[in-house]
Write a protein that binds this ligand. Structure first.
Ligand code: UDP
Length: 425
């Protein structure tokens, strides 16, 4: 797209660094989204700067991904890991440092695409100071999250009010599924402009290796039934449901293997959740059939997805759920919780199955249905791959975003005065 050439765009992701290793605490879908969107936009001719917070003194301040796409790490608060619920107090410094960076480099961004509510606030400030246009993706909605947890953090009130303000004032909100859009309208505000542009995945990276080759590489027998989980160790990911479902599977006692992939750090919240899950595995006598391979790197992921008979995404809630489309792109059917974006990506009875969240019985039945019918399993897998090719490739997603930015850049800036909105050239 020529109109994108030479245009600078800032993707802002205060807590989700697009250049770090994915699959550990607080590094998941958002990091993947920002990195892939950034790289794909650069391919389309944009000059992409991805801003994030420097979370360790060892980290490089600038990481070049491709000639037109880089991560810029801003110092805002101590250069150490800070949980996202404690980051808001450093957001003003993030804004100041971003302005300084722009002054120094002589680049001013006409458009900023912010990710998660912390970045939404940064974007709204930049908009007030520089008059840039803002596109926002939530990745997670406080209004949904706080309904599902018992201890509401102190930051909740601020987060909810920022999430409402950005919906009402950003030039465009990008919802990644119709379900997320519905939640915004029902729980956040009826004002503001929303477009639906899904998350994507790399259809060239996943789906290249077949099940037999993948199993050879992992040393798994052709006859073993393999159930896979990939993701962070977080209570809300519902890994316990999966373990309990497999424990009561009718296929228990046959050659069944449960693989639970994801990184964790001892003593941190993900390490504690992993210990808890391992405790349940032991209590249910499933040690011999369960494997914890740890964090799966970029080269491992396509092999694990391809080797599996089924990938299970048992989250309590999921605004989109990249793991589902990665498995589907690999030709592996998905059994997922009947929530959020998973209702959009997984088509029940066609590309996998949906089950009510936290429902061990329903997950067990779904797993047994697919594992006991290999022919149907393959048919679901083929349809899953086709659905991702048609709807969820990064290239397609980036092309839709690029079109949106170009359209917004052509629109006049609307300056709000007390009583009226005035359009300026
Ligand atoms: N992931 C990874 N290695 C792991 C575990 C997860 O690379 O060991 C990646 C996974 O492939 C996916 C992302 O982390 O791209 C998780 O995204 P998702 O939207 O499923 O969940 P989130 O982490 O955003 O809650």
């Amino acid at each position: 797209m020529n109109s994108a050439s030479q245009k600078h765009i800032a993707l802002i992701s205060v807590h989700g660094d697009p250049a770090v290793e994915i699959g550990k605490e607080e590094a998941g879908g958002q990091n993947v989204y920002v990195r892939h969107v950034g790289e794909a936009l650069a391919e389309l001719g944009w000059q992409v700067d991805m801003f994030t917070r420097k979370a360790s003194a060892d980290q490089a301040s600038i990481v070049e991904h491709t000639p037109n796409c880089r991560t810029i790490r801003i110092t805002a608060g101590p250069e150490e890991f800070i949980p996202r619920d404690n980051l808001f107090k450093h957001a003003p410094e993030f804004v100041q440092q971003m302005l300084k960076f722009q002054q120094k480099s002589g680049v001013e961004y006409e458009i900023v695409h912010t990710n998660y509510w912390l970045s939404a606030w940064v974007g709204m400030e930049l908009k007030k100071i520089q008059g840039c246009k803002q596109v926002h993706t939530y990745h997670s909605l406080g209004a949904v999250k706080y309904k599902s947890i018992s201890t509401i953090p102190l930051i909740a009130k601020t987060r909810l009010s920022v999430e409402k303000e950005v919906l009402e004032t950003a030039q465009r909100i990008v919802a990644t599924s119709p379900q997320e859009q519905e939640h915004m309208r029902l729980l956040v505000s009826t004002k503001g402009n929303i477009d639906i542009i899904p998350c994507g995945t790399d259809i060239h990276r996943f789906g290249k290796i077949d099940q037999q080759q993948a199993r050879q590489q992992l040393g798994i027998n052709a006859d073993t039934k393999v159930i896979l989980y990939v993701g962070r160790f977080d209570f809300r990911k519902g890994i316990e449901t999966l373990v309990r479902a497999v424990a009561q599977s009718q296929l228990r006692g046959t050659d069944l293997r449960l693989i639970i992939g994801g990184g964790s750090r001892p003593g941190q919240s993900d390490g504690k959740e992993r210990d808890r899950i391992e405790g349940i595995v032991n209590e249910l006598g499933m040690q011999d059939m369960t494997v914890f391979p740890g964090r799966l790197g970029d080269d491992d992921l396509p092999i694990y997805y391809a080797a599996a008979d089924v990938c299970v995404v048992p989250s309590h809630y999921e605004p989109f759920g990249l793991v589902a489309i990665e498995a589907m792109a690999s030709g592996t059917p998905v059994i997922a919780s009947d929530v959020g974006g998973l209702q959009y990506t997984v088509v029940p009875e066609e590309t996998g199955l949906l089950a009510p969240p936290k429902d061990n019985d329903a997950f067990a039945t779904a797993i047994d249905r697919i594992l006991s019918n290999p022919e149907w399993r393959n048919q679901l897998g083929r349809a899953a791959r086709k659905r991702v090719e048609d709807k969820f490739s990064w290239d397609g997603v980036a092309a839709q975003l690029s079109k949106l930015y170009v359209k917004l850049l052509e629109e006049p800036v609307v300056v709000s005065t007390k009583d009226e909105a005035v359009a300026t050239a």
